[in-house]
Ligand binder design. Structure first.
Ligand code: NAD
Length: 504
């Protein structure tokens, strides 16, 4: 583990620990990484790169806790989730500030993330209702049939850097609410908020091993994917890692859901309300510095629609204030790291080289050169073959492709290897209906720039944006974190007679 990391004052930064079997423990892995504030490059902590042995210890603790926890009455598990919700709400502002320091996102975006996190816990609190099975009496003479839901077992959740609070809550409350035990492996880039969540979880006095936190990167993920003691894996991250995780976890017979990357197209019809569209698209493309899997990334402007929205949109984007997310009035914080900044600016360069023109260039000078800032960027005259039109940039870059018709727009959306989110802006119900029917995308916004996850509805993309059968949130979360058991029964002593329908 690195011992040389220092903060801006030159003092050593603290080393983070794993939380295994109810205790904070030092990792045994080789080395660690500095966790940096992307707004100024200051070191906030050192995160360990845990070894397979650390992961195995966490899985063993989760396994040991499972029999007792899965038999705990469901109403008691729900009460603990209510308490978790209360603890998170009491620390909402602390969470938001920590999110801003760790991810760079503006404080307003951080507060919104915390609301989404809170809503998923609230949804999981309904577990005594939502975990119910189904029953039907008298399916034959004197015979009843019931389906029960039971926990899957030991679950692993592996999360990305961009929503460390919300995405932890996509999995943790539903998993333990359904009676599973959990090992969380958060992003090594933004591990501070998951750590605070575990500090609060300690106050619930859960039995040791019900929830476990293992920091790290690739080695820790591989150990989770290979561990025979893990029954189910939830993953969120880039498309390439999602495909890798899906395959490797499935190879050992685990249940897997792998949420991957995205390229989200926004179709603008000529009848759309121009000023509202401009405001919505600016929020979609540049909110969270474009580091959202649901960020709108490409405008497909139908039949002259770009000319109608160009001026208000570019002006609104240009007005966004870029800076440290902690400062009042900041609209756009930095991207997560200098590496991410280099990747985003390289993509802008590639777009220009391929023939796009810059309606707005966000690569100008920045207040703090230690910060990973990129301003809002708008590329116009983009064509569908260009890299910026096809691949995820994950930064504040918006591309504009003019198209002749709705047919052409739908064909372009459906030609993408991704299918996470899309939006359509129009006042025509008939156009919306056709788009909704034909587009191969999991989440659709109608006059809404970001069709963001709603805690009480299922969330998930199509194609390379999601590998698996059951998504996150709503009823899908219950389906993923339970397995069904169907019991067909009769009672001779009850005087029931008649033949069971499968008996000859
Ligand atoms: P990432 O794939 O780099 O990392 C995600 C997780 O996988 C991290 O915990 C990381 O430690 C681990 N990991 C990374 N490389 C690995 C490897 N080679 N082997 C094993 N594990 C590995 O993703 P990121 O950069 O942290 O997050 C951004 C990506 O996440 C974007 O592509 C974004 O679209 C996607 N995302 C998708 C959704 C969704 O719901 N579809 C939601 C949020 C983010």
């Amino acid at each position: 583990m690195s011992t040389t990391a220092t903060d801006r004052a030159g003092s050593p930064v603290r080393e983070m620990h794993n939380h295994i079997g109810g205790r904070w423990v030092a990792a045994t892995g080789a080395g660690g990484l500095e966790v940096l504030n992307p707004a100024d490059g200051a070191a906030l902590a050192t995160v360990p790169l845990s070894s397979a042995a650390d992961v195995d210890a966490a899985v063993a603790a989760a396994r040991a806790a499972l029999p007792q926890w899965s038999r705990r009455p469901v109403i008691e598990r729900a009460r603990l989730l209510f308490r978790l919700r209360q603890l998170v709400e009491e620390r909402l502002e602390d969470f938001a500030e920590l999110l801003t320091r760790d991810t760079g996102k503006a404080l307003l975006d951080a507060r919104l993330e915390m609301m989404r996190a809170l809503e998923t816990i609230e949804c999981a609190c309904a577990i005594p209702q939502t975990m119910q099975g189904r029953a039907l009496g008298q399916i034959a003479n004197g015979v009843d049939c019931e389906t029960f839901r039971q926990p899957v077992g030991v679950c692993a959740a592996i999360t990305p850097f961009n929503f460390p609070a919300m995405l932890t809550m996509w999995f943790l409350p539903f998993a333990i609410g359904c009676g599973n035990t959990l090992v969380l492996k958060p992003s090594e880039q933004t591990p501070l908020v998951p750590e605070l969540i575990f500090e609060l979880l300690e106050q619930l006095e859960l039995p040791p091993g019900v929830v476990n936190l293992v920091h790290g990167g690739e080695a820790a993920v591989n150990a989770l994917l290979d561990a025979p003691g893990v029954d189910a894996v939830s993953f969120v991250g880039s498309a390439a890692t999602a495909a890798y995780v899906y395959e490797r976890a499935a190879a050992t017979g685990k249940r897997v859901q792998a949420f991957g990357g995205a390229k989200n197209y926004m179709v603008v019809m000529p009848d759309a309300v121009a000023d509202k569209v401009a405001a919505n698209i600016v929020a979609s493309a540049f909110g969270g510095a474009g580091q959202r899997c649901m960020a709108g990334s490409v405008i497909l402007a139908v039949d002259g629609a770009w000319e109608q929205i160009r001026e208000p949109l570019v002006a609104a984007a240009d007005r966004l204030r870029v800076g440290d997310g902690m400062q009042a009035g900041t609209d756009l914080g930095p991207v997560v790291s200098q590496d991410a900044r280099a990747r985003v600016t390289d993509m802008i360069e590639i777009g220009v080289d391929e023939g796009a023109s810059l309606a707005l260039d966000g690569r100008g000078p920045v207040a703090d050169p230690n910060g990973a800032f990129v301003g809002p960027t708008v590329l116009e005259n983009v064509s569908a073959q260009m890299l910026v039109a096809r691949e995820e940039i994950f930064g504040p870059v918006l591309s504009v492709i003019p198209v002749a018709s709705l047919d052409e727009a739908i064909a372009l959306v459906n030609a993408s290897r991704y299918g996470n989110g899309t939006s359509i802006f129009t006042e025509s119900g008939a156009v919306v209906r056709r788009y909704r029917e034909e587009v191969e995308v999991g989440m659709i916004g109608v006059n809404i720039g970001v069709a963001a996850p709603v805690a009480f509805f299922p969330f998930g993309g199509w194609k390379s944006s999601f590998l698996g059968d059951v998504g996150a949130c709503g009823t899908d979360a219950i389906d993923f974190f339970t397995r069904k058991k169907t019991v067909t029964s009769r009672w001779f002593s009850g005087g029931q007679t008649g033949k069971y329908f499968v008996e000859s």
